[in-house]
Design a protein around this ligand. Structure first.
Ligand SMILES: [Fe+2]
Length: 391
């Protein structure tokens, strides 16, 4: 994927602060791939049997919570497309379907999206609250809840996957407020449509607009859109994330505190320095996972000691010194604590270059309490995060 189209989108949206669309950001094959990965994520969602966890189903133009449980019992089958499955489920009745947090259900969709948006992230940097994905699907005409605006901080990029086209209408905020007398949302869409800017999305096109702009989509025929949320988050939320990291900086510090006046407390606790470490941890966690906050789903390692492995870019192993002889390594959002063993550090440097590594060339040992065994255990833990590809 060329970074050219991303640069055009970034320029046209003034770095995601004004609306714009970009034609053909995904190829037909990429649309098919994402449709398939969405179906797999949806299957996994159903398996986990938490029907209210970020799922919204709309029938007859309103949200219908009674549909959540039947959906869990009747998810897409293997090799059944989203279209086939929804025709079977909704029996031709118009419907809308929104599922949040796709990264919770499938590692591959995160891999593919992280690869896709790497040029965008390289320009914009990681959002402090991480990236997240959701999808819309249906043939419901106008968005069931009418003209609306998103939750604060949810800027993002919508990738239209098709198969049908979708029209997006966006209003200038002042104009929308004048027409609707400051309504929080507006159901008589057609009454104010004349004042909106229309964007016609064909499969493979993307649109981006700021969270605070009123908009509505029209989807006459069945189609699917994948949304990547770039979560800036509130200051309070980011503070919470940093505090969680701060608790892991210099853990088990059992040095007794002297009798000191409160004015010296923060300095004595080394708060400024440790807060900076906490920010580094947060950024390393995100970087190791392509910008996503949710760590990958762990799998059993099938490490082949004769095999050749390569890092799945843009993910990386992010190393941070922890204490004395230990470091923290982030891999796809997971934290692995290692002893500072030269074999491990060399491996991390080499794999991060993207070079394929044949494990037979490493000094892996299978005897516990040897340096080679530390390397073996580390490789197993890294492999479990699914950050490695076996060639
Ligand atoms: Fe929306």
């Amino acid at each position: 994927m060329s970074s050219e189209k991303w640069n055009t989108l970034l320029n046209n949206t003034n770095r995601l602060t004004t609306p714009a669309m970009q034609k053909e950001i995904l190829s037909a094959e990429e649309c098919e791939l994402f449709l398939d990965l969405i179906a797999k994520s949806t299957q996994q969602f159903a398996k986990e049997k938490k029907p209210y966890n970020g799922l919204k189903v709309f029938t007859k133009g309103v949200q219908d919570v009674s549909q959540n449980e039947p959906f869990i019992e009747n998810p897409p089958q293997d090799n059944e497309s989203l279209k086939e499955w929804s025709t079977r489920s909704f029996k031709g009745e118009p419907f809308g379907f929104i599922m949040n947090f796709l990264e919770n259900y499938n590692n591959t969709i995160v891999e593919e999206m992280a690869k896709k948006v790497a040029p965008l992230i390289a320009e914009l940097g990681y959002p402090f609250a991480g990236l997240s994905m959701l999808y819309f699907m249906g043939d419901y005409g106008y968005t069931p809840f009418g003209v609306h605006r998103g939750s604060a901080g949810e800027d993002g990029v919508l990738f239209h996957l098709g198969p049908a086209t979708k029209t997006f209408y966006i209003w200038e905020t002042d104009e929308y407020n004048r027409l609707t007398n400051h309504a929080t949302s507006y159901k008589n869409v057609e009454e104010i449509l004349h004042a909106a800017t229309a964007y016609i999305l064909e499969p493979g096109d993307a649109i981006s607009f700021p969270d605070d702009m009123y908009h509505v989509a029209n989807t006459e025929e069945f189609s699917v859109s994948l949304v990547l949320d770039y979560r800036r988050a509130s200051q309070g939320k980011v503070k919470e994330l940093i505090i969680n990291e701060l608790l892991q900086v210099n853990p088990d510090n059992d040095t007794l505190l002297n009798h000191i006046p409160p004015s010296e407390l923060l300095q004595t606790l080394n708060f400024q320095n440790e807060s900076e470490q906490a920010v580094k941890r947060l950024m390393s966690r995100l970087k190791s996972n392509g910008g996503f906050m949710k760590p990958s789903i762990l799998s059993y390692s099938n490490l082949d000691l004769q095999g050749t492995y390569q890092l799945k870019k843009p993910f990386s192993l992010e190393l941070l010194p922890l204490k004395k002889q230990q470091s923290t390594v982030f891999a796809r959002g997971h934290e692995i604590i290692i002893e500072n063993n030269k074999e491990l550090l060399d491996f991390i440097n080499l794999i991060n270059t993207g070079a394929p590594i044949n494990l037979a060339t490493l000094n892996i040992g299978l005897q516990p309490e040897t340096l080679g065994f530390d390397l073996f255990q580390f490789l197993m833990k890294v492999d479990e995060t699914e950050i490695l590809r076996k060639l």
